[in-house]
Design a protein around this ligand. Structure first.
Ligand code: IMP
Ligand code: MG
Length: 334
């Protein structure tokens, strides 16, 4: 803090929504800027209520947090309006006037383009929407009548907030290995998803960021095509308790064990200063709901220390269950 970038380490679905919702509540985050687009689903649990958010920043859970959507984002108008209602954030959400619009035709192109078939896109149309923006024919938020009440100058607002030491989160989407530039091309999404790109989409210069928090999951998942080192079968994933279904598209997620090698690489290229590790209870069920490091079994502690040694950064937040507050927070102990 005050300005922290949240970046996914692998192929998305690391649990960024959970980490952001925890930080929002715990640290009383003043501003949260979402980047990317509607293809990413960030899941937030409040008690038994689950929110699967495609547009609204995951920090909505803290009712005083100002929610912003970056100039580099793509807005799905209907989804945005639906989620504003669902989360009841009308009075504290803003969209950059220059964020571009993702339309139904982009989704159709996404689903019918033969060159995208093997990639297994989400079908929301992000690639075609970005293409249109690059051609400079995309519509932007300020042209859409329903978005008028929400228009903002997000870059100025967020830099002004940083000037006066407000607590700011920049919310990345997907994971670094889905980056258009640094990921497993061509099996990637239509944007760069790294920490630097998150800043660029929001309009925050690199000197203004205090921390880059990289989010690891205790095992790795991927949806769609492309390489996944040491992939296990669905049967094996079910046996290990790792089998997941994509919250956005309902597809099976492929899975593989955690990779120290990939963790080291992604931490380095993102300039990560801190790490979060989610779903520790999937590897060690006894950790479920734990809130202090001391109570974790030795094996789990060793796993965490190995990540720290290999990446050279501290694992400050450890997820032990689905709810926002199921976290071991080691920041104060350091
Ligand atoms: P697109 O982003 O819809 O173009 O899909 C490109 C690739 O990124 C596909 O393999 C998708 O499954 C993957 N992908 C896109 N968004 C997400 C996400 O939020 N979580 C996980 N994978 C994603
Ligand atoms: Mg997701």
């Amino acid at each position: 803090m005050p300005c922290t970038v949240i970046v996914g380490a692998f192929w998305g679905d690391e649990g960024k929504g959970k980490i952001i919702s925890y930080l929002a509540l715990k640290d009383k985050i003043d501003f949260c800027v979402r980047t990317g687009s509607v293809n990413a689903t960030h899941t937030v649990w409040i008690g038994s209520k689950r929110y699967a958010l495609h547009m609204i920043p995951a920090a909505f859970i803290y009712e005083k947090c100002h929610l912003l959507i970056a100039a580099g984002a793509n807005i799905h108008v209907a989804k945005f309006l639906e989620e504003v209602e669902l989360t009841n954030v009308k009075d504290r959400v803003g969209i950059d006037h220059q964020a571009s619009i993702i339309e139904e035709k982009h989704s159709v192109q996404d689903k019918t383009s033969t060159h995208l078939k093997g990639i297994g896109t989400t079908g929301w149309g992000v690639g075609p929407a970005v293409e249109e923006r690059v051609r400079r024919t995309a519509k932007v938020a300020k042209e859409i009548p329903e978005l008028q009440p929400y228009l903002a100058d997000v870059a100025t607002e967020i830099n002004n907030a940083i000037d006066v030491d407000k607590k700011v989160l920049l919310e990345g989407t997907q994971g670094f290995l889905l980056s258009l530039y640094h990921g497993t091309y061509p099996y990637v999404t239509g944007r760069d998803t790294g920490a630097a790109a998150i800043c660029s989409e929001a309009g925050v210069g690199p000197t203004r960021v205090d921390d880059v928090l990289i989010v690891f999951k205790s095992f790795i998942t991927r949806v769609g095509g492309g390489p996944l080192p040491r992939e296990i079968t669905k049967e094996e994933a079910i046996k290990r308790g790792w089998f997941e279904i994509a919250s956005g598209t309902g597809r099976d997620r492929r899975s593989a064990p955690f990779s120290l090698e990939l963790a080291k690489k992604t931490a380095k290229i993102n300039g990560a200063t801190q790490a979060a590790l989610t779903k520790l209870d999937s590897l060690f069920p006894i950790c479920r709901g734990a809130r202090t490091f001391d109570v974790l079994p030795q094996e789990a502690k060793n796993f965490i220390r190995e990540i720290e040694t290999e990446t050279g950064i501290p694992v400050v937040l450890i997820g032990t269950g689905p709810e926002a507050l199921d976290i071991v927070d080691r920041r104060r102990a350091r």
